[in-house]
Design a binder for this molecule. Structure first.
Ligand code: NAD
Length: 511
């Protein structure tokens, strides 16, 4: 749930820091008297900027700008939109160093994770090049005598995208391209913890030939989101974030008559079979659990070891952890950065303490790092003998904490996945095709991997889980994203044949 502290305008903490504003129709809107929140450098714990939260008047200004831009953009021919996409990609790539630096500065990621985010941003963007086919529509001739029926994908109008802190660039870009290529205009609200990448993204988009106001950025948190969800002009909301907020966004947006997709949190299980290649599996678990400091919706959080796999995987994983280089993202050799905030750090530390109190065995304790460093660091942590019904097992920690769960059979392991309220990702590591096939068919999650720790699909297969990991179907990429960002207009046409003879036309069967 939200932990962003909103400061009053008179607060002394406001003095002297740069103020990040909203960006509407090519202009920065940063009212110094607006409520603000702090943006931290997670590696040092210092406040680096403030972000001005948008009020009702600012939201209305964005809605007006996006509505005006929609009049032109919905008429833009497909070849113009396609050319726009190519031009945008070029400019985005040219801005790579600045965007990666912002991901590191505000998000705290180690450079390889930040570069990885940029690469995945492009992967998703590239899926939008399927636009000429994806937006083709459909045609059925002679559905009844003299009657043809066809489907036209039409843009929705002004849409809003609300995104989490952990991918400050990737998710905003994925949403933006799918929405814009489909002919909509966008009001985007990033996480107030990482507001600057979205502002730079907006400035880049302003140089790509879009109508003025086609893409706008609104800063803020719950209150601003409420204004967006309740606004009658906004037709759809695409949300990615934690499950409680996703549920509320889905409820409130749907009640206001909007189309809503709301991706939520996760607790991802990885099954380790006794016949798995243990060194390879351990490498995968370490990168899947501790990459981006465990702050990925697809992070590996539970390694479910079957039979005698448990002792071997514990040994392999625990021997790798001391070699992981934890440090500031901007340090060249860092492999794992801090978590996003003091609250996230404390939450991870609390879960570690609860894990010990509830009887799990702490194999590698990452808590010392929190005391040693000024930033929001938690060292990679490994538990063994984690069991369902405990805090460690049941909750999304969103930090670098991996738990080993011991079971006797594959069926038992798969039951655990089925019983989880979440259903984002799940993987199996095995040498058996039979076990893998059973797993891929029956595992109760939306994204499933075989010998792959983070089975996020690439390109035109959309990301998206099941159960409490998503509310409202659809997706962020490829054909599913286009379906979300358009509504179908089904046209039924008849040209009566009664006038044919007088026009010299004959209807010859078989011609
Ligand atoms: P969050 O839910 O706190 O915030 C997400 C967005 O919602 C932000 O823009 C935030 O400003 C806004 N927000 C926060 N509280 C709100 C409220 N009460 N009402 C309305 N809006 C509110 O999530 P986060 O901490 O930024 O991101 C981490 C979470 O996102 C994790 O749970 C992670 O699993 C999830 N996530 C899911 C996916 C996915 O594809 N399923 C991808 C990335 C992250």
């Amino acid at each position: 749930m939200p932990e962003v502290e909103i400061l009053s305008a008179s607060s002394e903490q406001l003095q002297g820091l740069p103020l990040v504003g909203s960006r509407i129709a090519g202009e920065t809107v940063a009212d110094p008297s607006a409520p603000t929140s702090q943006v931290f450098d997670p590696a040092t714990g210092e406040v680096t900027r403030l972000v001005a939260h948008a009020d009702a008047a600012t939201v209305q200004r964005a809605v007006d700008a996006a509505s005006a831009a929609f009049v032109e953009w919905r008429e833009a021919a497909q070849n113009r939109r396609f050319a726009w996409l190519m031009g945008f990609r070029e400019r985005l790539v040219a801005a790579r160093p600045a965007l990666v630096d912002l991901i590191i500065d505000e998000g705290g990621k180690a450079r390889p994770d930040a570069e990885g985010e940029f690469n995945r941003t492009l992967d998703g963007l590239d899926s939008a090049f399927s636009m000429p086919v994806a937006l083709q529509g459909a045609y059925s001739e002679q559905v009844a005598r003299g009657i043809d029926t066809y489907a036209l994908p039409r843009p929705l109008g002004v849409v809003t995208t609300i995104t989490p802190f952990n991918f400050p660039l990737m998710i905003p870009v994925w949403d933006a391209v799918a929405a814009l290529v489909s002919g909509n205009t966008v009001i985007h609200k990033p996480s107030p913890r990482v507001p600057s990448a979205s502002v730079l993204l907006c400035e880049i988009l302003e140089q790509t030939g879009l109508p003025v106001g086609a893409f706008n950025v609104i800063q803020g948190e719950a209150e601003t989101v409420g204004l967006l969800l309740d606004h009658p002009v906004i037709q759809a909301a695409s949300f990615v974030g934690s499950t409680p907020v996703a549920h509320e966004i889905y409820r409130r947006g749907s009640a206001a008559g909007k189309r809503v997709q709301a991706m939520g949190g996760a607790k991802n299980h990885v099954i380790v079979m006794p016949d798995a290649d243990m060194p390879f599996t351990a490498d995968s678990l370490v990168s899947g659990a501790f990459g981006s400091s465990g702050q990925r919706c697809m992070a590996v959080t539970l390694a479910v070891a079957v039979g005698d796999a448990a002792d071997r995987i514990r040994e392999e994983v625990s021997s790798r952890i001391p070699a992981l280089k934890v440090g500031a993202g901007r340090d060249a050799d860092s492999e794992m950065g801090p978590v996003i905030s003091r609250e996230s750090q404390q939450r991870a530390l609390d879960y570690i303490e609860k894990g010990v109190a509830e009887g799990a065995e702490l194999v590698v304790d990452g808590r010392a790092l929190a005391a040693e460093r000024a930033g929001f660091f938690v060292g990679p942590t490994l538990f063994d003998r984690v069991v369902p019904g405990t805090s460690l097992y049941d909750n999304e920690i969103f930090g670098p904490v991996l738990g080993i769960v011991r079971v006797e059979t594959l069926d038992e392991a798969m039951d655990l996945i089925d019983r989880s309220p979440y259903g984002n990702g799940a993987s199996i590591f095995t040498g058996s095709g039979l076990a893998a096939r059973k797993f891929q068919r029956d595992a109760g999650a939306g994204m499933v991997g075989v010998n792959v720790p983070i089975p996020v699909p690439v390109n035109s297969f959309s990301t998206g889980g099941w159960k409490a990991s998503v509310f409202g179907a659809h997706g962020l990429l490829g054909p599913e994203a286009f379906r979300f960002y358009t509504h179908q207009k089904i046209v039924t046409v008849r040209w009566p044949e009664s006038g044919a003879q007088s026009m010299g036309m004959a209807f010859n069967p078989g011609r």
